[in-house]
Design a protein around this ligand. Sequence first.
Ligand SMILES: Cc1cc2nc3c(=O)[nH]c(=O)nc-3n(C[C@H](O)[C@H](O)[C@H](O)COP(=O)(O)OP(=O)(O)OC[C@H]3O[C@@H](n4cnc5c(N)ncnc54)[C@H](O)[C@@H]3O)c2cc1C
Length: 539
Amino acid sequence: MSKLKASTLRIGRRYRSNRLAESYDALIIGSGIGGLTTAALLSDLGWRVCVLEQHYTAGGYTHSYDRNGYEWDVGVHYIGDVGAKTRSRLLFDYISADKLKWAPMADEYDRFYVGDKVFSAVAGKQQFRDNLVARFPDEERAVDSYLGLLDTVGKAMSAYAISRLLKPWQRRLAWPYLRLRTPSLMFRNTHEVLSELTQDDDLIAVLTGQWGDMGLPPKRSAFMVHAMIARHYMHGGYYPVGGSWRIAESIIPQIQKTGGEVFTYARVKRIVLEGQRVTGVEMADGHRINCDCVISSAGLENTFNGLLPAESIKKAGYDRLLERVRPSIAHLGVYIGLKETAEQLGLPKTNFWIYPGNDSDAAVERFLKDPQAPFPVVYISFPSAKDPDYARRHPGTATIEIVAPAPFEWFKKWQGTSWGQRGDEYDEFKAQLGERLMRHLYDKLPQLKGRVDYFEVSTPLSTDHFCAYQHGELYGLDHDSIRLKQTWLGPRTRIKGLWLTGQDVLTCGVTGAMMAGLLTTSAIVGVRKSASLLKRIYS
Ligand SMILES: Cc1cc2nc3c(=O)[nH]c(=O)nc-3n(C[C@H](O)[C@H](O)[C@H](O)COP(=O)(O)OP(=O)(O)OC[C@H]3O[C@@H](n4cnc5c(N)ncnc54)[C@H](O)[C@@H]3O)c2cc1C
């Protein structure tokens, strides 16, 4: 394999211990959207915050990279709920000082290929409904009931988030209210809920056609997350103008205003404790940064099984609690470059979801047992078509990204090898998987045959290498009902001075992790200060 050139798309400041300020009010581990949101909001309250990111660029899963004249995103394909002044849009505007702009995708934002049938999701609640009813005329009542259930979950989400914010004693006091406001429906399994509305397996497959957005097929996911994602995109998909790296780039200046910084190449080796109290972090270069407030946005697994001493975990009772949550599945990515524009190639502003049939659970099981079985889902995204600024940055070219699930275990034997030099056997395995995924692309867009200039494949080991997910987790923790019922999973921890943020606090997704940032900030600064912050964001 020819040597890959490193990406030149880098944001954040390279860490050197002599570049650190004398002191910080908070240290944040990880510069994903969760960490950056928390940093920006604390900075807005006058704190000096230091974000420590192990990667060569800031942004976590929102980072982009370039190679051979092309640019790709790794973990952002579309974001919902930003077309109007919604809660998420106002928060994006606030933390980016209105610098972040959004481009709408096509009205048909998602297209689902279910076996040999084709369905779609279209923007707008009424349009979404009418489009489904037109395809499933006998299921009108089921579709309306389904939309009603989505509203029920939507109304309950604030209570769910508040339950994560409260201190344990406050949660006990508020429990009767919280139980009333968070219906058990939220924690039921998605397929079970939907099969009470309809027996049409195609309709269920279409309604759950975005299960890849949280990584669990319908019989294994919690309805709450299903509903949250369906609602999130119901008014259409949007893409950050200029590419997903613009998210971090537009937030960082807010952190710098109060003397804070976002350092890259800044791997935290461990969180330093005195007893069960945080006193700072030790960096990979051995330097120690003292601070009594450390916020981890590095994910639960990294934080508790990588950065903290086992005896402290045990003492706080986390060893037993951690048994209740599992890492989400890993993924393969194919990053494709073409030497013509999206218009010339006829690339759509619509995501493709390709399923072998209408039973995703069975397809996942087959695939996990046998790598040669069909991929249970193949997702194809056309970033250059979605980004109105792409042609300015990379004229005359287009990009495509493919994502498909793949268990980390298939790649485990190469763990410990270096990126770009994992050996022939690994390259061969990766190439086979990549070719299979490319066939899905040519099958749907045959005009692309012979026109692809470049493609490369990432595996769960790439996710570990760049984004520091030890099992290549696509979405942090699995979004099953058991995880979502864990009330201890929130911004607060049992270790004094240690806080959590990011996708493991509430749910995955850029917006889910950003909302976790707001929640963590509120938990840290308390009711009075967060009330004034909320007023500024939402007034
Ligand atoms: C392939 C893919 C596609 C996706 N598509 C979408 C989409 O279209 N829309 C959407 O809304 N969401 C999407 N997501 C999900 C979304 O990107 C994530 O849920 C979200 O960005 C997670 O943010 P976070 O802040 O929790 O964590 P991350 O972005 O993962 O950030 C954690 C950071 O911590 C750093 N870190 C870890 N350990 C250390 C350490 N010891 N020292 C220093 N730094 C450390 C990591 O390097 C990383 O940068 C996708 C995800 C993937 C993987």
